[in-house]
Design a protein around this ligand. Structure first.
Ligand SMILES: Cc1ncc(COP(=O)(O)O)c(C=O)c1O
Length: 280
């Protein structure tokens, strides 16, 4: 189903209409480091008895509500802790990155935790006796050791990212206010965005990207092709025009450099080159 045009996370108002007797779960993606609109999603899932599996791969440390106490009304509003499962990625480019592939699934339910543990090792328990067809998804010890060291710095790195994102917002505000279709990222009120990516939207995205590349500014597109138009899902029969908000976003999004060590002069250069492109 389609996404919310401002945050690019799943549009909760579109979920109910898609539920069929075969539906088992909702998988909201906390894109770019911002939580999906979890309030209505959790309510709907509870009413319809659906599992909620949070894709928190980009959102370790993000909060849907940061304006209330962490455990307000018995609810936890942190990315990965709101649904039945939270899935995190420690791929090297993530905010907490290992030196190779790694990830984590969290759940509060001991039964579900056991099931995931079993599936992680080919469904094997005791060893070489397979209760279920599982996968090989072990976190190797070397990656775990690296992550344990880096984890101590995560909060500091996150705050650095947030500061840099706030600085982009200030430096680019006037450009965004005069150029039609030049949009800065929107953060949901009362939430905590952890800026895995700082993503602007511009109609002339590809030309701006080429210009920035020539000027020595690296950018990236997350993501150029929406899921329903991926070759591997062609068998589902979706066509261009079926998810217009996602399609427009795929044509316009551009991630600017953001990482904890980004220096102010480097950030000024990025902004200066964007201004140069627009003669502003
Ligand atoms: C939103 C999102 N979901 C899922 C994944 C997959 O994570 P991994 O590559 O660790 O399997 C990623 C990262 O690649 C991601 O950004």
């Amino acid at each position: 189903m389609d996404i919310d045009p401002q945050t690019l996370t799943i549009d909760p108002s579109k979920i109910a209409g898609k539920i069929t007797p075969k539906t088992k779960a909702v998988i909201p993606v906390h894109l770019y480091g911002q939580c999906a609109d979890m309030g209505p999603i959790l309510e709907l899932a509870e009413a319809k008895r659906l599992f909620v599996i949070e894709d928190a791969a980009q959102a370790l440390g993000a909060q849907y509500r940061s304006d209330v106490k962490p455990h307000a009304n018995g609810k936890v509003w942190k990315a990965g802790q709101m649904g039945h499962f939270g899935c995190f990625s420690f791929f090297p480019t993530k905010n907490l990155g290992a030196f190779g592939d790694a990830g984590m699934v969290v759940t509060r339910d001991p039964g579900l935790a056991e099931r995931v543990r079993l599936l992680r090792v080919h469904g094997s328990r005791p060893k070489y006796h397979h209760k279920e067809i599982g996968i090989n998804s072990r976190l190797d010890t070397l990656q775990a050791a690296i992550l344990l060291v880096k984890f101590k710095y995560l909060e500091k790195w996150t705050e650095e990212r947030r500061k840099k994102a706030e600085r982009y917002q200030v430096l680019l505000r006037d450009v965004a206010s005069v150029l039609p279709g030049f949009d800065l990222p929107v953060t949901r009120n009362g939430s905590r965005h952890i800026y895995h990516q700082y993503v602007i939207r511009v109609p002339e995205r590809d030309r701006l990207r080429s210009f920035l590349q020539e000027e020595g500014v690296g950018t990236e597109i997350y993501y150029p092709v929406p899921l329903h138009l991926q070759e591997c899902y062609a068998f589902l029969g979706w066509r261009r025009g079926d998810f217009p908000v996602s399609e427009k976003a795929a044509d316009e999004v551009l991630a600017l450099p953001i990482y904890p060590e980004l220096q102010e002069n480097e950030q000024d250069y990025v902004v200066d080159r964007i201004r140069a492109f627009y003669n502003r």
